[in-house]
Design a protein around this ligand. Structure first.
Ligand SMILES: CC(C)(COP(=O)(O)OP(=O)(O)OC[C@H]1O[C@@H](n2cnc3c(N)ncnc32)[C@H](O)[C@@H]1OP(=O)(O)O)[C@@H](O)C(=O)NCCC(=O)NCCS
Length: 305
């Protein structure tokens, strides 16, 4: 089994592996995309596992460097051809990709919560599972999942609010995230709120609200804040105070301010998925490795014997 960097000539094989066209374009981009990535200081490395004897690709994985910390990388598009799953190939491919990328010190990924095989493969490799869920939903849907009253208010944040907002941010993202980004501080919050990208959104949808950071005020308390990063809006909530009622009231408030019903709200810090309606109940789990020794020291398995 040969582990190597993905090439333009791999596109057909990537489709045969089951990747949809937009993912094929990310794994094996045309000439423009790498310029755009470089412009955004995004470093992306895609690897494939090739079976030279069969002339086909047996797996893929993509590593993306964080813009917050050059030692922390996210990985995705991790896939092994159906007839080779469960043989240790996925683990070997991920290990090989990490070995080839010296800058990787910490690694994480977001996994759809019902993808048991992937969660088990992560655990087998020594990844730690966070108890926070990442999700999202249209404002129209979210406004119906709980009582819309009592109304809460949104206040545009000032510089003085940064320590309070950063505290909510850390609670919302959870302790594993804090260890994946050990140097994170309130001063870098505006950049931090854009990471990781919302896994439900292949293309960010435009948001209508102009503010960047807004505090959610509920009586005398502040259980959450809203961030408009790039072209989408995200809600960061203290999980101990985040329930369907809070989500419904935030969504109702945004609608009352003129946001569109189909506008997407990214949700961070959820203790449970926001609802069961089609398209709105998907949720992702964060899994991370803060010490890659666990990955590198795993005993070699069947395909390497
Ligand atoms: C996730 C994926 C890449 C793992 O690749 P793989 O080659 O099958 O994984 P490995 O053989 O290296 O498995 C390592 C460990 O993961 C666990 N595992 C793998 N597949 C499993 C399954 N179907 N059910 C339960 N556990 C599983 C096992 O603990 C296994 O170790 P073991 O065989 O010694 O018990 C592969 O299952 C896949 O392509 N899935 C579809 C795409 C996908 O969901 N990608 C991940 C998105 S986050």
């Amino acid at each position: 089994m040969l582990i190597r960097v993905c090439r333009r000539s791999d596109r057909r094989s990537l489709r045969q592996l089951g990747h949809p066209p937009d993912v094929v374009a990310l794994l094996s981009p045309g000439p423009i995309t790498p310029w755009a990535w470089a412009d955004q200081r995004t470093r992306v490395l895609s690897f494939v596992a090739e079976e030279p004897s069969q002339g086909r690709l047996a797996g893929t994985v993509q590593l993306v460097r964080s813009r917050l910390d050059p030692g922390t990388w996210m990985f995705g598009h991790w896939r092994v051809v159906t007839d080779r799953r469960g043989e240790g190939l996925g683990s070997a491919l991920l290990r090989g990709a990490v070995r080839s990328t010296a800058a990787v010190k910490r690694l994480y990924s977001l996994i759809e919560q019902d993808n048991d095989a992937s969660i088990e493969a992560h655990e087998w490799l020594g990844f730690e599972r966070s108890d926070r869920l990442f999700s999202g939903g249209g404002l129209g849907f979210l406004s119906t999942i709980g009582p819309p009253a009592p109304a809460l208010s949104l206040r545009r944040a000032s510089r003085d609010d940064l320590p309070e907002i950063f505290e909510i941010y850390l609670k919302s993202m959870g302790p594993l995230w804090g260890r994946l980004f050990p140097g994170l501080s309130a001063a870098r919050l505006s950049r931090a709120v854009g990471e990781p990208p919302d896994p439900a959104l292949r293309e960010p949808t435009p948001a209508t609200l102009p503010e960047r950071l807004m505090l959610v005020e509920d009586g005398g308390a502040c259980p959450a804040f809203l961030a408009r990063g790039g072209r989408s809006t995200a809600l960061f909530a203290d999980p101990s105070r985040c329930d369907a009622g809070l989500l419904a009231r935030v969504a109702s408030r945004l609608l009352a301010l003129g946001a569109a019903r189909d506008e997407w709200l990214t949700l961070r810090g959820l203790p449970a998925p926001p609802g069961r309606a089609a398209g709105a109940s998907r949720a992702w789990i964060l899994m991370g490795a803060t010490d890659l020794g666990c990955l590198k020291n795993r005993s070699l398995r069947r395909e390497e014997q």
